[in-house]
Ligand binder design. Sequence first.
Ligand code: IMP
Length: 194
Amino acid sequence: MTTFVLATANPHKKVEMESVLSALNINVLPRPSDVPDVDETEDTLEGNALLKARALADATGHAAVADDTGLFVDALDGAPGVISARYAGVGASDEENVVKLLSMLSGVAAPRTARFRTVICVAYPDGTSLSVEGVMEGSIGAEAKGSNGFGYDPVFLPSHAGGKTLAEMTLEEKNATSHRGNALRSLAEALEKR
Ligand code: IMP
């Protein structure tokens, strides 16, 4: 049976990844606590996901899976992009990042089009790797609405969601069309073909 190590320590992402991988008969191991975190020094999601997966594959000798996500806003030339987690500064809270995003967009007329992108990378011990991506198109609302989810969910209005933000949706509704859900579905397809 193939074994994959997960780079993420986020419990919510672990559950999502485990359910996809175990359906493909892949045994999933958690990130070993003695492997240090990797600095995300690349300027693309692909680069950072590969850095994280490769470090873990080299350290464990198993195939390793890592993901990286960003929010790309057209009126801001793609910002916050790869620095979405630290847009308002290193260690910024989700709320501080949302406040900064709304202030950067003040005066920009609707629709303020944007998309979430998730890249998932698998690095193999033989030095090869594969990457897949998932996208969700939408726009940034005028104010934060809803209390579900995390990150930029309260200001992200998915296209075709009738004006609801992601934070006003259930997790099931979000996952059915989300960037991470789409990336996981592509991962399952890519692994089946390999
Ligand atoms: P990560 O690569 O998954 O850690 O995501 C980087 C940053 O993007 C997070 O800190 C969040 O601010 C944001 N983000 C990622 N996924 C989502 C999402 O599904 N909804 C809202 N924000 C997200």
